[in-house]
Design a protein around this ligand. Structure first.
Ligand code: AHR
Length: 532
């Protein structure tokens, strides 16, 4: 005779089995048909859309990059080795420096030579600025990580003379007094400057200028702030001049874009621009940012992702204006400040813009990078804000400790897309709905990498449902796919100094069956695979 206990146990097993059967439909993966058209390869996904931004702000530079040569933290000429190694792995194409708002109060002479002037950083916490990280240290850092310089010159409180001198100091090979000073300060060879930002948010923290006032300044700086680097000239790698552009979609910014681009259409030999900057942060409903970067749920996850998708409209809006005046698309749209901007972490200096970086930020980054990549014809540069310890950072440090964020891993997984050839994809994204927010359930990007491989990225935005993606290659066949996927247990999962591997990529692979390649994507995940 079975005991009452064993009967109850059997009953329990039967109930569990029954529950698992009836719950299958709820856990069943959504299916997406993804068609990748290899016969219609498009433009180049400019590697500069993976650019970084490093401002003198909080611990973005000091402690984040610069610890000084006497520090116990392992460093090379004052620049921390762990950070350099991490950045080398994501192949940073360029770094925008020294700001941001800081740039319009930066005087380069304070940051060269053996006697550094201590100044203030009134924008960001009112702390003192030791100027120990200046031109030579920045260039050394770039050399160590293998990136190009994107220098933002001071148009707010500086002069064209000061900026012109800085460029002569950095780039001339002639034996001028400034070049000799550069050599005496340790660098006889001219530096390369890939990009020149002429002002920063000149409609706001950069001096509250009207479009007309800014234009008159832009023309002067564009004319006189020259790059003399002989190698750049020989190799036809001119320094690209970036004008201040819009900060949103409202009328004041569409007027700004109109004014700059209309002037560009009629520009003469004496001035020119190669790019128009655009800044667009994902902030939430209102300014100042109030969404928290940790301890949030699906409501805030879905809302922030909805806000971030406005990037598409913003690019379309400003591209349309640019097309009117520059149909040949000579002027690039450079989104040189973007990313999630949340409330400062409790206990941090609010002027230091410290926030955590979660799985939500990884999804947010992937969605934006895909938008940029789909606009290769116009968007030829972008700089996430900011590289270390500030806003949507790649890396966070605490004295000698360092942790890589979920956003870092997205940038790492996207390395094969740098300078890859865009391949169009088509799919019915489906819809993910939470409360009154509805979003495309999936997003995807494909490209032929410089390594010759076909790379596919798929983001599953849905935090609850897995997705099965059936890949159909038009003009090719797929045998298998392998790569990495990034996900975690919660939408607000983060990496911390004590638990640095909560959100890290895991290998994924798939084999084609019956000529069909099926990728299984976990909820709230970013996946990049190479197709064989
Ligand atoms: O990235 C922080 C600040 O945001 C920058 O200094 C400024 O350009 C923007 O408003």
């Amino acid at each position: 005779m079975p005991s009452t206990k064993s009967i109850l146990l059997r009953l329990l097993f039967v109930m569990i089995a029954w529950l698992s059967i009836i719950s299958v439909p709820f856990l069943a993966a959504q299916s997406v048909q993804l068609s990748v058209d290899l016969s219609k390869a498009g433009g180049k996904i400019d590697r500069n859309i993976f650019g970084q931004f490093a401002e003198h702000l909080g611990h973005g530079i000091y402690e984040g990059i610069w610890v000084g040569p006497d520090s116990k933290i392992p460093n090379t000429r004052g620049i921390r080795n762990d950070v350099v190694a991490a950045l080398k792995a994501i192949r940073v194409p360029n770094v925008r420096w020294p700001g941001g708002c800081f740039a319009d109060e930066y005087h380069w002479r304070n940051g060269v030579g053996s006697q550094r002037i201590v100044t203030l950083n009134p924008n960001w916490g009112g702390v003192s600025e030791p100027n120990s990280f200046g031109t030579h240290e920045f260039m050394d850092f770039l050399d160590q990580i293998g990136a190009d310089a994107y220098i933002s010159v001071n148009l707010g409180t500086g002069t064209p003379h000061e900026a012109a001198d800085w460029l002569e100091y950095m780039t001339t090979a002639q034996p001028t007094t400034l070049a000799k000073e550069r050599a005496a300060n340790g660098h006889p060879a001219p530096y390369k400057v890939g990009y020149l930002g002429i002002g920063n948010e000149s409609w706001d923290c950069g001096g509250n200028m009207t479009p007309d006032y800014y234009l008159s300044q832009l023309k002067i700086y564009s004319r006189f702030v020259r790059n003399f680097n002989p190698e750049q000239h020989e190799k036809q790698q001119p320094m690209l001049k970036i004008a201040v552009g819009p900060g949103g979609g409202e009328p004041r910014w569409t007027e700004w874009t109109e004014a700059i681009m209309q002037a560009y259409q009629h520009h003469t030999w004496s001035w020119d621009i190669d790019g128009l900057s655009m800044h667009s942060y994902t902030v939430g409903q209102h300014w100042p940012p109030s969404y928290t970067s940790v301890g949030f749920g699906e409501t805030e996850y879905s809302q922030m992702l909805k806000f971030t998708l406005n990037m598409e409209d913003l690019i379309n809006k400003h591209s349309a204006i640019m097309d009117k005046y520059d149909p040949q698309k000579k002027v690039a749209l450079i989104i040189d400040e973007w990313g999630g901007w949340y409330a400062p972490l409790p206990g941090s200096n609010p002027g230091f813009l410290v926030q955590q970086n979660s799985l939500r930020d990884a999804v947010l980054a992937a969605l934006n990078l895909n938008i940029f990549a789909r606009h290769t014809d116009r968007v030829r540069g972008a700089n996430i804000a900011q590289m270390i310890n500030v806003l949507q950072a790649m890396i966070m440090t605490d004295k000698e400790r360092m942790v890589l964020t979920p956003t870092y891993y997205v940038f790492k997984m996207y390395v094969p897309f740098q300078d890859a050839t865009f391949v169009p994809v088509s799919f019915d994204a489906g819809t993910y709905t939470y409360g009154d927010v509805s979003l495309p359930r999936v997003d995807a990007l494909a490209a032929r990498g410089k390594d010759g491989k076909l790379w596919i990225e798929v983001t599953n935005v849905d935090p609850n449902q897995p997705v099965e993606v059936d890949v159909n290659l038009v003009g090719g066949t797929a045998k298998s796919a392998a790569g990495d996927t990034l996900t975690a247990s919660k939408v607000d999962s983060v990496n911390t100094f004590d638990a640095p591997s909560t959100v890290v990529p895991k290998p994924v692979s798939a084999k084609a069956q019956g000529g069909k390649l099926t990728l299984k994507l976990e909820p709230k995940s970013v996946t990049v695979v190479a197709v064989e």
